[in-house]
Design a protein around this ligand. Sequence first.
Ligand code: HEM
Length: 424
Amino acid sequence: MHLRYGPVVRVAPNEVSFASLEGIKEIYGSGGSGYDKTEFYDLFKIYGRRTMFTTLNKEDHSKRKRILADRYANSNIMKSQSLDGITERSRRFIERCSYSVGQSIDLFICLHDYAFDGVTHQLFHPHGSDSLRNPQDEDIMKQVAFDDSLQNRLIQYYNPPLHKIIGRALSIFVQPRQTPLADELVLSAAQKTDPAQFTLLSRMQDKVYNMDHLDMAAECFDHMAAGIDTTGDGLCFLMWELSQPRSLHVQRQLQKELMANPDISFNKLPYLDAVVLEGLRCFPPIPMSLPRYVPRGGRTIDGFFIPERTIVSSQAFSAHHIDQTVFPQPSLFNPDRWLQEQGGLDRKRLFFAFASGGRGCIGKHLALAEMKILLRDVYSRFTTFPDQDMTDEDMEMSDQLISSQPRGKKCLLRLEPIERNTRG
Ligand code: HEM
């Protein structure tokens, strides 16, 4: 609709969608953290508790954020306790890749395992998961990643009368949230008395914050769920794209940078950075609209007066595609665009994969570190190709309401060690 009608579209009597920098700045950045969230976020309450993500107003949000933010600050993520955990998971991932040489590997599952192990390390090390090596932990990951109860809850939210009529029939196909293994993991982890000091759990356990066991478990569950699909699917779409013949030159350029700079931090490699940003621009793991209420008195947003309590929103996918002066040929996967000096500020400001403002993604630095470390380790060892059993349809972005997954829920790639390539 944005492509057809422009950057401002009234999508319902009480709801307007914005795909412009002006709109994004006002809705998500005004006053620091933008407008208040709508009750849509009630759907994501956990154990009946409001987590940081589900707080609706500024005051509740900043109270909780003051407790949690420190653990996800880039300066802390870049410390060895956090990075060592990610590097070790990446090593385990490479082990699985190495076993697969000569056949195909389903990266969809492995990347979700990697993201799960990475986020649980940050949440409650040494009680984090090891799903890359342990099938029981992989089952926990699958339970969280493939939970489709949101569809049911969404109908309940948007249309309670309809839900009353069809809810029972619907629950035959779409079960209410049932994640007993994941519940067991977070409920028991939240009771441990010895989490490492750098973890989120250790921070929340500090008596001064007065958080009870369920508060801590709910917050951990939320971050765990937030960290699996996003990082897993983001990497999956990106590696699929890199493996296409049309992107082989990108893969070669990346390998060149990685091999020329084996001792430089993953965080200081410009081409790797450009590849990751372009992946998240083309395939934003959370493509959905992020709904907010217009504050009392109404506001003028991008030239339109919008009355109070109207729902307004933006979505990453549209923001990344609509303004062709900022992102020329928006459908083209082209990491080089991020290396051009001209327009750099505009690109940065319109990049909305992690949202923006005070309610933007708190896990951004963790996610970027996970993505870059894994890509560094894979592409300094292997060249990746799509398996012939895969079709383009398998990898279409399928909207899971909050996240997007490959339609076929698989991503079969073939990996060839780089030495063998160059010799052959
Ligand atoms: C590539 C990976 C990721 C992407 C694209 C992403 C994207 C986003 C987006 C768009 C939001 C805003 C949602 C909204 O306003 O409704 C958000 C919020 C959030 N994300 Fe992420 N995320 C990623 C990884 C992670 C990770 C690894 C964690 C783990 C800690 C995480 C935890 C959170 C939390 C707790 C919030 C709520 C922040 C708040 O309300 O202040 N995310 N993320």
